[in-house]
Design a binder for this molecule. Structure first.
Ligand code: AMP
Length: 279
């Protein structure tokens, strides 16, 4: 596996991979890889001839009081995992390569990015969309793979690719979970043992709400019950628990398919997100 840090070398290496009409899948990540990321890589291997993974902790998607500096980084471990999966190329640019001095153009995500995580993290999705657009232009993949774990992000990337005429397929991979239901996340590493034990209250409450809503219970009451259960389970606060149209992300006051239950909650300094299909 080649590890590449500059754009000229990247272009040459991707051109070599694409020789003879071979296809390339891109899996963008911020590193601190876990089985969820590796499930995206495996999907890439199934749908394309070569897989390119990017690792870039993107400063522009973190708010001033968020965990950019503390975000877990272990490139050597990540590279070994990716090499073991048969990844062709690891694209790991420095911030100064991604955003050279004078960088001044960005993408603004309108209504899809304003609610849910966008409300709690102003500017977050502008940063995500901008860096993903840059990654698409840098690698020119035939297909890019994102996790359903970040449902709002996936919807925004699909919309961006359509709005800006990126010529590629976007695939979503199912949420990978621990045995107790907690979604895998690089940020789970922040949890103390006690917080990690309490964290299962989050998926448990969401699953209960999914069952209730799919069974015809009142949506508002089901969402309120989930929020209560998350806090009772040891979380400090709930950013949102919402029923949304799975595609447009419009908030739903009554169930209609296709719907998704979206949620974010805070335990100590750690903010966790999760989502489930409903019905
Ligand atoms: P991140 O490194 O957190 O930016 O995530 C990189 C990609 O991996 C994103 O497309 C995420 O949605 C995806 N991902 C992260 N955690 C999971 C998970 N538990 N299951 C599926 N995909 C995930």
């Amino acid at each position: 596996m080649q590890i590449i840090r500059d754009i000229a070398t990247l272009h040459r290496a991707v051109a070599a991979l694409k020789r003879d009409g071979k296809s390339v899948a891109l899996v963008p990540t911020m590193g601190a890889l876990h089985e969820g990321h590796l499930s995206l890589v495996r999907m890439g291997k199934r749908v394309a001839d070569h897989v390119v993974v990017s690792i870039f902790v993107n400063p522009t998607q973190f708010g001033p009081n968020e965990d950019f500096a503390a975000y877990p980084r272990d490139e050597a471990r990540d590279a070994a995992l990716l090499a073991g999966e048969g990844v062709a190329l690891l694209w790991a640019p420095d911030v100064s390569v991604m955003y050279p001095a004078g960088h001044s153009t960005h993408i603004e995500v309108a209504e899809l990015g304003s609610d849910y995580c966008g409300a709690a993290r102003p500017g977050h999705f502008d940063g995500v969309a901008t860096v993903v657009a840059k990654l698409f232009n840098q690698v020119r993949p035939d297909v890019a793979i994102f996790g359903e774990k970040d449902w709002q992000q996936l919807a925004i990337i699909r919309r961006m690719a359509r709005d800006l005429d990126f010529h590629l397929d976007i695939l979503g991979a199912p949420v990978a979970r621990n045995g107790d239901g907690l979604a895998l996340s690089s940020r789970n590493a922040y949890l103390s043992e006690a917080q990690r034990a309490a964290a299962t209250a989050f998926p448990d409450a969401l699953k209960a709400a999914v069952t209730a809503i799919a069974g015809g219970a009142d949506v508002g009451e089901s969402l309120a019950a989930a929020e209560k259960a998350i806090v009772a389970g040891g979380f400090d606060s709930v950013d949102y628990v919402a029923l949304a149209d799975a595609d447009s992300l419009e908030r739903l006051g009554a169930f209609r398919a296709p719907a998704r239950l979206l949620a974010a909650a805070r335990i100590g300094k750690t903010r966790l997100i999760d989502n489930y299909p409903v019905g």
